[in-house]
Design a protein around this ligand. Sequence first.
Ligand code: DC
Length: 202
Amino acid sequence: MIVVIDGPAGSGKSSTARAVAHELNIQYLDSGALYRAVTYLFLESEQSLPKFFESLYSVQLTFKFDNEFQVTLNGERITEAIRDPMVSEHVSRIAAMTKVREYINALMKKTVQNDLYIADGRDLGTAVFPKAECKFFMIADLEIRAKRRHQELNTNGIKVSYSEVIAEIKRRDKIDSTRDNDPLKQADDAILIDSSAFNFDE
Ligand code: DC
C-alpha cells in the first residue's frame, strides 16, 4: 500500500510524510532526495550526458528511513551533501530528463512493493503511483514556503539569504511545473491541502 503527497518545495509535504511515517510506523520515501542524489552524482562525475545515463545503472544508490531519510552512493553517505545549494540549483534540470526519470521511477516502484509506504514528490499521484490508495496535494503561498525553507537551511548550517531562497523556489516551481515529462500537477483524485495558515502540528 502507498500513500502519496505531491506538491511544490516548502509546502510541508516532506515534514508531514516523515511525521506520518513515524506515527504509523511505516516506511517513508523521499523521491526528491533520489533526484538530488542523481544530481549530486552528475555534478561529481563530470561526464558527458550519454556516459552519465549509462553509468546510472552501475552505481549503488541505496536509501533507508531511520528517523531521517538516509541516502548513500557507492557506500558514501550523501544525506547532507544532497541538500547543498549547488545540488538545489541543478536538480530541476536533471530531474526533467527522461532517462533520469525512468531510472528513479523504476527504483521507486521496485522499492515500495514489499512494505507500507508514504512517499512525497511532484508526480507520484499522477505518473508514478496513479493507483495509490490515498493521494494528497499540498500547497502554500510562495513567501511562506520560502520562509520555511530559509529557516530549515539555516538550521542545517547552510547560509543563504531569504531573497536567494525565494528566487530559487520560484525558478524550481517554474521548471518542475512546466516540464514535458510528468510535471508537478495535482492528480484528479488527490485531496488538496493548503498549509499556508497552518503551523506544523495543525
Ligand atoms: O522535494 P525536493 O525539493 O527535495 O525535490 C528536488 C527536485 O526533484 C525538485 O525540484 C523536482 C525533482 N522532483 C521531481 O521531479 N519529481 C519528484 N517526484 C520529486 C522531486
